[in-house]
Write a protein that binds this ligand. Structure first.
Ligand code: FMN
Ligand code: SF4
Length: 359
């Protein structure tokens, strides 16, 4: 049972320790959002190996030593009747050698125009090893008590790099046709499902890369159908890469809910539940999306950074008391500089947020 149709989107907040452990302030941050009434929390991108790191303090999920911290995190979420998921991740070429300590990797030796570091092309044996690492990460998540895992296949990171003809120019069984480009993702999905049939499996997918020559809906919708056939339980729609600019984390110039048309197309294509969102600030907008059948669940990202009580205030008809996110992207700017995230409109974050509330 999930108590409502609101999902907290994964967002890197940089509260992990420098070696990727869960910290007490991270537990506080997620606990405050669970208390605020959201139905599912997807914990931010946790890395499946060292070479896939995007930031220094990013959570790691590549060794049993991380299970105990992750278990504290899942418990602090589930204590409030909220379902706990964690996103599993590899940055591929969208990172820097300064962070990974080794040359960045990707499907092909094509540099991301934003980071401008030439990736080393992964061998087939290395792709199979990373597939194993995603499966191990899902196993650690299950051991740590998470109800679900989400494979990060969006936003220009490694799995998206394989899916996208723009960044994948391989000539072997992992490149060329769509069937070959989605082999990496589908192998991960099948292997996780086989090993952990009880774990809920979500895939965050770009429906449109918004990059010339990138992944388009005509192909991503086929990927969605294959994901369903191969055991995914949820499709979490997103879009954009580093190169496309701010289409993944939009500034205030984008209208509320502008990208729901992407989720709507997925909803018409598959039978499993679909999560849509992006720039959802107002509970009435969320209600309209659900009522019109554009998506089964709404994801809220920055709205929950700005006000963890958004869900209970919406439920109790106190919309006017919601402290709205103003889409200034200061949170994202601090994350991009490798700093812990803070919010312009929520100065109490991580401290006063956890004072008792009554609902
Ligand atoms: C600081 C920050 C960190 C983010 N980290 C992640 C992440 O770890 N994984 C992911 O899939 N998306 C990440 N995102 C994107 C959000 O999940 C979400 O899709 C985006 O913010 C747009 O939705 P919103 O308008 O509801 O915030 C991040 C966004 C922000 C602002
Ligand atoms: S820092 Fe700005 S964009 Fe980020 S959550 Fe706060 S108000 Fe929204």
């Amino acid at each position: 049972m999930i108590k409502n149709r609101l999902v907290m989107a994964p967002m890197l907040v940089g509260y992990g320790s420098s070696d990727g452990e869960v910290s007490p302030s991270m537990v506080d941050y997620y606990e405050a959002r669970a208390r605020g009434g959201v139905g599912i929390i997807i914990v931010e991108a946790a890395c499946v190996n060292q070479e896939g790191l995007e930031t220094y303090s990013q959570l790691r999920i590549n060794h049993p030593r991380y299970i105990s911290g992750l278990e504290k995190l899942s418990r602090s979420i589930k204590n409030y009747g909220c379902r706990a998921f964690i996103q599993i991740f590899h940055a591929g070429r969208q990172t820097s050698q300064l962070i990974t300590g080794t040359q960045v990797v990707g499907p092909s030796p094509l540099a991301c125009p934003m980071t401008r570091e030439m990736p080393r092309q992964l061998s087939v044996a290395e792709i199979e090893k990373i597939t194993d690492e995603f499966v191990s990460a899902a196993q650690y998540a299950a051991m740590a008590g998470f109800d679900g895992v989400e494979i990060h296949a969006a936003h220009g990171y490694l799995i998206n790099q394989f899916l996208s003809p723009h960044s994948n120019q391989r000539q072997d069984e992992y490149g060329g046709s769509l069937e070959n480009r989605m082999r990496f993702l589908l192998n991960i999905v099948r292997r996780i499902k086989k090993s952990l049939p009880q774990l809920i499996l979500s895939v965050r997918l770009n429906i449109d890369d918004f990059v010339p020559g990138g992944l388009l809906p005509v192909e991503s919708l086929v990927v969605c159908q294959e994901l369903e056939k191969n055991g995914a339980n949820l499709i979490h729609c997103s879009c954009g890469t580093y190169q496309s600019g701010l289409t993944s984390i939009e500034p205030a110039s984008y209208p509320e809910g502008w990208r729901m048309y992407l989720a709507e197309q997925v909803k018409k294509t598959v039978n499993i539940p679909v999560v849509g969102g992006g720039m959802i600030r107002n509970p009435h907008m969320a209600e309209e999306v659900i009522a019109s059948g554009q998506a089964d669940f709404i994801f809220l990202g920055r709205s929950l950074m700005a006000d963890p009580l958004w869900p209970v205030k919406a439920r109790d008809g106190q919309e006017e008391d919601i402290r709205p996110c103003i889409s200034c992207n200061n949170c994202f700017a601090s994350n991009s500089r490798g700093m812990s995230v803070s919010c312009t409109v929520n100065p109490g974050w991580g401290t006063r947020e956890n004072r008792p509330i009554h609902h």
